[in-house]
Design a binder for this molecule. Structure first.
Ligand SMILES: [Zn+2]
Length: 278
């Protein structure tokens, strides 16, 4: 794997780029232990993460899996003998991902599930891992999925959010909850991080830029929710036309890249269904 797949915004914090929608994982080196954050979709990419530690004469001690979506979990079997950390609701989401993926690809779901590394440490709200000189806080940020967690490195001012914050696409909430996600985003903005490693999209540098990036997603969700609520739950299929891409996303993302128009419509439809269910 060539060097353009990784960058190191702060020494010992390696951002690993994977192939799914500008995906970003991380490897955090402390004086005593090494933490990998997320496992990629493909085993070949996961083993490239393991190799980064090996190239520094280290091994990965901990693997934190931020949520149960395939592109964060399916490579986990490549991390041998690690302590796997995830949220207590993680297994439900993984089982959904496995059965959906297995039926799409004609794989045996039991075999696919057995090929994964499963958590040995479960967190409810938060926990702190000490990597030696480098504490890492892992904490629950529901919204993208019920089991989503983020990592914050207080001494470095680095926030590693996985899909709770994405910078290449509009927020994704297909099996999550938009209000929970908005709440999680606003609390992340208050961390005053200097470096943001998102789940998908470019890394963001600078406290002000990080804060603005996170708040854009929160404000977008809020604005969509207000408009959808205004047009009532009778809108049916018309609800997406009441929330035009140009007014809510505008030039922030190219509508033709990563199916962005479709992603925006999915957010609108999800929020409409949440409002109808309340
Ligand atoms: Zn996800």
């Amino acid at each position: 794997m060539s060097s353009e797949h990784r960058l190191e915004p702060i020494p010992g914090i390696v951002v690993f780029e994977h192939s799914v929608v500008q995906g970003k994982n991380a490897i955090v080196f402390g004086t005593s232990d090494v933490l990998a954050i997320d496992a990629c979709m493909f085993p070949s990419e996961a083993s490239a993460m393991v190799a980064i530690a090996k190239a520094r004469d280290r091994r990965v001690d901990y693997l934190a899996i931020t949520h149960g979506h395939p592109d964060h979990v399916f490579g986990s079997g490549q991390f041998d003998g690690v302590e796997v950390i995830a949220h207590s609701k993680h297994d439900d989401i993984v089982r959904n991902s496995v059965s959906a993926h297995a039926s799409r690809t004609d794989q045996d779901p039991a075999e696919l599930y057995a090929s994964l590394a499963h958590p040995s440490v479960l967190l409810q709200r938060s926990l702190i891992i000490d990597l030696g000189d480098r504490p890492v806080e892992l904490f629950h940020t529901p919204g993208h999925t019920p089991d989503s967690i983020c990592a914050f490195l207080p001494d470095d001012g680095v926030l590693i959010t996985s899909d709770t914050v994405v910078t290449a696409i509009v927020p994704a909430i297909s099996d999550g909850d938009s209000l929970q996600l908005e709440t999680s985003l606003r609390s992340l903005a208050n961390r005053n991080a200097a470096v943001l490693v998102p789940g998908h999209g470019p890394v963001v540098l600078g406290t002000e830029s990080v804060r603005n990036t996170i708040l854009w997603s929160a404000d977008y969700l809020q604005a969509v929710r207000v408009r959808v609520a205004d047009c009532g739950t009778e809108g049916g299929n018309d609800v997406t036309s009441a929330v035009p891409y140009q007014d809510f996303v505008g030039n922030r993302f190219d509508a033709d890249t990563h199916n962005m128009q479709r992603r925006h419509n999915m957010v609108v439809e999800k929020i409409a269904s949440e409002i109808a269910a309340r």
